[in-house]
Design a protein around this ligand. Structure first.
Ligand code: BGC
Length: 247
């Protein structure tokens, strides 16, 4: 069965029908630039454009880069403040809405690196912010927000996100030091058995992962660009679709 997955990011909103049993895109994805500022009205307009583009009538899953509880947005660190308190599920016509890192983590835990892994597995996405998805024996603990842990008196994502690397023009080695420091902090708190590194920067893992020295195994995500779309669709799939998120 196919479910439409839509991934709301800081620069682009991407969507595609997803074969939720296989974890693959069932059609070429459509990407539309995120309206700036990314306020509810403009973003909703793009989400409906994507639904219309695929003439979609079935279930829809949408990611959001903030805390989402029962479809309601609770935080908006990197999008417009006016999102806080908005029932995004309602706004998007009854779509299932979940945190972006949780979606990417679900896809990765179901079809990628985290597949079949017991114990505590943590996916961290490095982009404009740092997103987190925590799994215990394949089950997601949603909205963990580990990107906002305090590190040296600062919000961790301000120091170690990919945006921080670009903003401060850090070399890969220098940035890797910050990533290492951050991972060690998370390791101290959770003692995971695996870290999965996601976000656009995971494509360049060979540039920084060799410089990250930490006891816990660290691997780049396998699904990369499509993880958010696939995870959103998985979350919205009805039980009879045969999609089994994570396990
Ligand atoms: C937000 C998270 C989000 C992450 C990645 C953080 O600033 O608080 O909810 O998952 O950025 O987009």
């Amino acid at each position: 069965m196919d479910v439409l997955g839509i991934d709301i990011g800081g620069s682009g909103i991407k969507g595609a029908p997803v074969d939720v049993k296989e974890g693959t895109l069932a059609a070429e994805r459509l990407r539309i630039p995120t309206p700036q500022p990314a306020k509810p009205e403009g973003v909703t307009e793009v989400v409906s454009q994507i639904v219309e583009h695929f003439s979609w009538k079935g279930p829809v899953g949408v990611t959001f880069p903030g805390v989402v509880v029962n479809g309601v947005v609770r935080t908006a660190a990197n999008v417009h403040r006016s999102w806080v308190g908005v029932d995004a599920g309602k706004l998007f016509g009854g779509a299932r809405v979940l945190n972006d890192a949780d979606a990417a983590g679900l896809a990765e835990a179901t079809f990628g690196e985290g597949r079949g892994r017991d114990g505590v597995v943590i996916m961290l996405t490095f982009g404009t912010g740092i997103g987190s998805a925590v799994f215990t024996d394949g089950r997601l603990v949603p909205n963990t927000e580990l990107g906002h842990l305090e590190l040296n008196g600062k919000d961790a994502e301000r120091r170690a996100s990919d945006k921080a690397r670009e903003d401060h023009e850090l070399s890969w080695d220098k940035w890797a030091e910050r990533v290492e420091e951050y991972l060690k902090h998370v390791e101290m708190l959770f003692s995971p058995s695996l870290f999965i590194i996601g976000g656009g920067v995971s494509k360049k893992a060979d540039k920084f992962l060799p410089h990250v020295r930490i006891d816990t195994p660290v691997v780049p995500a396998r699904l990369q660009n499509e993880a958010g779309i696939i995870g959103a669709a998985l979350m919205a799939a009805p039980a009879q679709a045969g999609a089994v998120p994570a396990r």
